[in-house]
Design a protein around this ligand. Structure first.
Ligand SMILES: [Ca+2]
Ligand SMILES: [Ca+2]
Ligand SMILES: [Ca+2]
Length: 643
């Protein structure tokens, strides 16, 4: 009998964002399939970077299930959904694009995916649409500029039809909060759509705050667009404003980060083309100033460079809250969704880039077989007849409830995931499968190296799925390729799950008797001053030679948020908790002081840097790498835990 895969090895954990830049992605939900693939501009057909999933139609539950799968693989902690408001205040009114009452489809999709604890939702008010509601509500000609001094419209337009339907639809358990207060980000309040900004935008915000407090018993916090600040000298005086965002703009502004006090708000885009660029009847036709290339803003790099620059800038700016525009912005070539576009290095290119910055510990990851980056399928077309998924030859079927599986597999076929980032350490791999043929073999390749074949026990039917481990492997920091081969075929594959299994190490100073903590979870000081073990006192001990964590092992140490401990200069001085990649300075050798072999609770250890110095607790509790020999200041008592 095989051992069952423990649920902890196949359950996604929420990503840790402690003291790290938090990323969210502005996400639209107003697609029909034909519009998502192509449009006609100036008489010419324009083809978009088509999403992998089709039909790309947000009125279908499958579209939302695919969105959730994309977001979960990206490991985004927050997804931001725009509101363009409702034309009426009816609780059942679902008309119009980006009507937030449609977001009930998101929460039900999260429930279907078992992911209600994995994503928070943030509200983005697409202000120009408020002007549209205003003209509709008052029966005015389209394009009539909205006078912000008319206080009744603060209620009729912004509150009742713009903001409140979003929060009425999305249950409070999902609200993304800063300091326990839900976040509302507002876009442009420019003259093109509004008038009388001066002195009135702060009153508008106060009215929304008061109305929100009356309705939900809490005051929101606001992140405003820089146009609010520039057009109304009172905007920043409204006490709930915590951030200002300066967005992006072609041709060269692919990201911005703006500080308001200690709150740094940013936006980064992967690329952008104003649709008018393709419209031969527009004055912007083929105007390069309408474009931000995806391969660096000057177009000299490779696809992904623009986005990477924006993500790196978020780290450099220590951005508090960064909007990635826009997760599925098909029509403006800004999208991050999985795509089969030939310009993209792999369908999951942008999903994986986000994850590189959003999930530094990489403890859990679920890779959906049907969304693989590459595959070998020996039959033409999708033999299952399933119409909702992706084009090409991969055989995919819908599963009962939600999701999809690769099906009708033949001997030697495979699915592959490219450029998957992992922090250093040891990973277990499990699959969810169904087969009625006992002992069909599966084989996992990690970076082209095969693990031993695993024969599968038969499941009751092809609609009864089970899980099994495909093995464990030690891997280094960086991107890796995972390939799952159907050695004998006849196996349906739902997903491949990756679980990091290195122990969590807590060390207590023998000098002062306190636990060592990475303050704020990382990116701050490291100090021995705690009397109890919480998340910040546990360090992922990434065991570079695999197996058990033992005496003389060389390890990397990650703080709660995944940042690596680094002995500056290789040792002799400062210990930092701010690295995102592992080199020599991030290596520590476990010196076991009470014997040899595997570490167990209560062992005494020292930790030696690459240059031969030791982690050292000072008289104030600060931890550095100054020690040249081992005494009480360099001695720690061990407690081990799990990821
Ligand atoms: Ca096929
Ligand atoms: Ca699947
Ligand atoms: Ca080991």
């Amino acid at each position: 009998m095989r051992a069952a895969v423990p649920s902890a090895d196949i359950t996604l954990q929420p990503v840790v964002t402690d003291n790290l830049p938090v990323f969210t992605s502005l996400t639209a939900y107003n697609y029909t399939d034909s519009e998502a693939v192509s449009t006609v501009l100036g008489g010419a057909t324009v083809l978009y970077d088509a999403p992998l999933f089709y039909p790309f139609d947000s009125s279908t539950p499958g579209w939302w299930d695919n969105l959730v799968a994309d977001l979960l693989q990206a490991r985004l902690p927050v997804v931001m959904f725009a509101t363009r408001g409702t034309q009426t205040t009816s609780p059942t009114d679902l008309n119009g694009g980006l009507n937030p009452r449609q977001l009930s489809q998101m929460t039900t999709a999260l429930q279907r995916a078992g992911a209600t604890n994995l994503l928070k939702l943030a509200c983005f008010v697409d202000n120009p649409s408020m002007e549209g509601i205003y003209t509709s509500f008052h029966g005015l000609p389209g394009g009539t500029v909205m006078d912000l001094s008319v206080s009744s419209d603060w209620n009729d337009v912004f509150w009742l039809r713009g903001v409140k339907p979003w929060f009425d639809t999305v249950p409070s358990q999902y609200w993304y909060r800063v300091n326990n207060r839900p976040v509302i980000q507002w876009w442009s309040i420019a003259q093109k759509w509004f008038s009388n900004q001066q002195g009135n935008t702060s009153k508008l915000l106060q009215f929304i705050s008061d109305s929100f407090n009356t309705a939900y018993g809490v005051r929101p916090v606001f992140i405003i667009d820089q146009t609010w600040e520039s057009l109304d000298s009172t905007a920043l005086t409204q006490p709930d404003v915590i951030g200002v965002n300066d967005w992006f703009g072609p041709p060269t502004k692919s990201y911005t980060y703006t500080a308001l006090g200690s709150f740094i708000s940013g936006t980064a885009v992967a690329g952008f083309i104003n649709p008018s660029y393709f419209d031969s009847t527009s004055s912007n036709y083929h105007n390069a100033n309408m474009v931000i290339p995806r391969n660096k803003v000057d177009g000299t790099g490779v696809n992904g460079d623009t986005f990477t620059a924006g993500l790196d800038a978020a780290v450099a700016a220590n951005s508090t809250f960064t909007v990635l525009e826009g997760f599925n912005d098909v029509r403006e070539w800004a999208g991050l969704y999985r795509s089969a576009a030939s310009a993209w290095s792999s369908p999951g290119q942008y999903i994986n880039l986000i994850r590189r910055y959003s999930d530094l510990r990489t403890v859990t990851l679920r890779l959906e077989a049907e969304s693989c980056d590459e595959y070998l399928d020996t039959t033409t077309g999708n033999s299952s007849g399933e119409v909702d998924q992706r084009s090409g030859n991969l055989d995919i079927r819908a599963l009962t409830g939600s999701g999809w599986a690769v099906t009708n597999t033949a001997a030697g076929e495979w699915v592959q995931f490219d450029k998957i980032d992992f922090s250093p350490g040891n990973y277990r791999f499990a699959i969810r499968y169904a087969t009625t043929t006992a002992n069909s073999r599966m084989r996992l390749y990690v970076d082209g190296v095969a693990l031993p074949d695993v024969p599968l026990p038969a499941t009751t039917s092809m609609n009864t799925f089970d899980t099994i481990s495909l093995g464990q492997k030690t891997i280094g920091w960086g991107t890796h390729t995972l390939k799952v081969m159907f050695v004998d075929g006849g196996v349906d594959l739902d997903w491949l799950f990756v679980k990091k299994v290195d122990p969590m190490l807590t060390i207590k100073s023998t000098l002062n008797g306190f636990y060592v903590t990475a303050e704020r979870g990382g990116n701050n000081v490291i100090i021995a001053n705690r009397t109890a073990i919480g998340g910040w006192e546990q360090f992922s001990a990434d065991d570079t030679n695999g197996g058990t964590l033992s005496a003389n092992d060389v390890i990397n140490l990650q703080a709660h948020d995944g940042l690596l401990l680094s002995a500056e200069g290789g040792g002799g001085g400062q210990l930092s908790v701010n690295r995102r990649r592992a080199g020599g300075w991030e290596q520590f050798t476990v010196v076991k002081l009470n014997g040899s072999g595997a570490l167990v609770n209560g062992d005494s250890i020292a930790l030696r840097t690459v240059n031969g110095q030791y982690l050292t607790v000072t008289s104030t509790g600060q931890v550095n790498c100054s020690g040249t020999s081992i005494s009480a200041a360099q001695t720690f008592s061990v407690t081990l835990g799990t990821q």
